[in-house]
Write a protein that binds this ligand. Structure first.
Ligand SMILES: NCC(=O)N[C@@H](Cc1c[nH]cn1)C(=O)O
Ligand SMILES: [Zn+2]
Ligand SMILES: [Zn+2]
Length: 525
């Protein structure tokens, strides 16, 4: 190609629907070698970004301490969305992030999404942070979604250090939200900031949607996206959607994710009295709520993990031969996985393909806890007056939340009738849909190139057992390809005690995001 090729000619070449970097795929990957020999004058923006990458990577390496410090600040805000006591912290977290986004040059807006019923009260939902950075019609636009809320955490749950104090041990940054999802959200900021600091224009326009209710079923977000942002034209210019809110499958090999399970979360409430009762005084003279609840919860799943709810497997997408083949090549070691969680034994005879399928494409039911039950140390002799059993079903492609909820309600009502208890029982649910995407899309190829540049290995195309309820909504709202680009490793223990992100994953993740922006910037407009 002539070094003096004009931008317009280049655009014609770009617009062929071939993968833009197809020419590099036969060669050994050469990190900073631009496949087109184009003069800086002819294509200043693209060339600027191209030349900037090595400087960006160097800049990132020089700023590790400041990245850790910013994550420390974010982790210190206990933005637990499920707890009304932390609602002000959630609002503070969103406002904190708004300032950070403004500092990198974005225009920002906090969008009100109304109220929710929490602990019997009407509680205001934290606002959603919406941002825009750049509006160059020659550039692709990526919509980035992330969440700023976290799961609850107490030191007494078994954390080695305070959960809301980021602490570094052995190259790992421990703290609630470090990997889910504050580290990755900050990663985007750092990548943008690095472009700016090396004096390079961003290769893409960016739009941001950062919420603070993801860990509580993203309440209010779908309505904002579909009934407000979409009609207002927010998605009109969006070409791609990217979310970094999941993890590698293992601890060494990066992956890009094209599927998530959905979630159907249940609150099963049983009341036997208006207050808690002394078991010595009242035991033997009341129908106890807890016994009823244990009876019902025991009817949900068998010891091998098979869900006992009638017809629950009926609508699960059939396993096609083509899909079956995909599992063979995935890099996943069941024994390393077992050891990473210190489990005694894995189900499904620890067969790799079976484990992956039961994590990605079959539903699973988990029992989470009982609100109102005695759980502290000691021998409190109480009969709880009211208990709420919590369980959820990870739902999969072809299973619709409404259909699953109906099956669960019918089944619970049937078992309740069989129990014949005089107590008061009620059940409610919150659900989000499963999502899959086309991993052969040029967007995925761009992310794969970025990943290979950073980690020198071809990423696995994976699915994930967890849920990000908004993913499918963003896919529908934008009508564009959605991609999950994980930053953290498979042993990060999100939602668990001692959640962490490896310093390496955090820092290389920032570079990965910068490289991804560059690669998407090169995709045809
Ligand atoms: N990183 C995504 C994530 O952890 N999502 C949650 C979503 C959730 C929690 N409660 C209801 N939905 C998950 O558990 O998968
Ligand atoms: Zn989470
Ligand atoms: Zn998350």
């Amino acid at each position: 190609m002539s070094p003096l090729i004009k931008t317009s000619t280049l655009r014609v070449l770009f617009s062929s629907r071939l993968p833009v970097l197809a020419s590099s795929s036969n060669n050994k990957f050469r990190p900073f070698c631009y496949p087109y020999s184009v003069s800086h004058k002819a294509e200043p923006k693209k060339m600027a970004a191209e030349r900037a990458l090595p400087q960006i990577f160097q800049y990132v390496d020089q700023n590790v301490e400041s990245y850790k410090n910013l994550l420390k600040e974010a982790v210190a805000i206990p933005s637990v969305s499920s707890d009304a006591k932390h609602r002000d912290d959630c609002v503070r977290m969103v406002e904190w992030m708004k300032e950070k986004l403004k500092e990198v040059g974005a225009t920002t807006e906090l969008r009100d999404i109304g109220f929710q019923t929490l602990e019997g009260k009407q509680v205001k939902l934290p606002p959603v942070l919406v941002g825009v950075l750049g509006n160059d019609t020659n550039k692709n636009t990526i919509c980035i979604y992330g969440h700023l809320d976290v799961q609850p955490a107490l030191k007494s749950d078994g954390w080695a250090s305070e959960p809301f104090e980021l602490v570094e041990r052995d190259g790992k940054l421990f703290g609630r939200g470090s990997t889910d999802d504050k580290g990755p959200v900050l990663g985007w900021l750092h990548a943008i900031n690095a472009y700016k600091n090396v004096g390079s224009e961003l290769p893409v326009n960016l739009k941001f949607v950062f919420e603070c209710m993801e860990e509580s079923s993203s309440q209010g977000l779908d309505e904002l996206l579909m009934e407000k942002l979409k009609p207002e034209g927010f998605f009109d210019t969006v070409d791609y959607v990217c979310i970094s809110d999941n993890y590698w499958l293992g601890t060494t090999k990066p992956c890009i994710t094209y599927g998530l399970r959905g979630i159907s979360y249940y609150f099963l409430e049983i009341e036997c009295a208006k207050m808690d009762l002394h078991s010595g005084v009242f035991g033997g003279t009341v129908h106890e709520a807890m016994s009823d609840l244990i009876y019902l919860m025991d009817k949900l799943v068998d010891k091998d993990g098979k869900i006992l709810i009638t017809d629950i497997y009926k609508s699960v997408a059939p396993l096609l031969e083509t899909e079956k083949q995909l599992y063979n090549t995935i890099d996943f070691d069941p024994e390393a996985y077992r050891k990473s969680i210190d489990a005694y034994k894995l189900p499904h005879n620890a067969v790799k393909e079976q484990l992956l399928m039961h994590r990605w494409r079959y539903p699973s039911l988990s029992l989470h806890g009982i609100e109102g039950a005695h759980y502290q140390t000691g021998a409190k002799t109480v009969i709880p007056g009211k208990v709420v059993g919590k369980f959820s079903i990870r739902i999969v492609p072809n299973q619709e939340p409404e259909e699953v909820e109906k099956l669960v309600f019918d089944y619970i009502n049937k078992k309740w009738a069989e129990r014949g208890s005089p107590n008061k029982m009620s059940i409610s649910a919150q659900s989000g849909r499963a999502w899959t995407e086309d991993p052969d899309h040029p967007h995925y190829q761009a992310a794969a190139r970025a990943t290979k540049l950073i980690y020198q290995t071809e990423p696995d195309m994976s699915r994930e057992g967890g849920s990000i309820p908004v993913t499918i909504t963003l896919q529908e709202a934008s009508g564009k390809n959605v991609l999950l680009l994980p930053m953290g490793a498979g042993d990060d223990m999100a939602h668990s005690q001692n959640e962490k992100i490896n310093v390496r994953n955090y820092i290389e993740g920032i570079k990965l995001f910068a490289a991804y922006l560059y690669e998407v910037g090169k995709l045809p407009k």
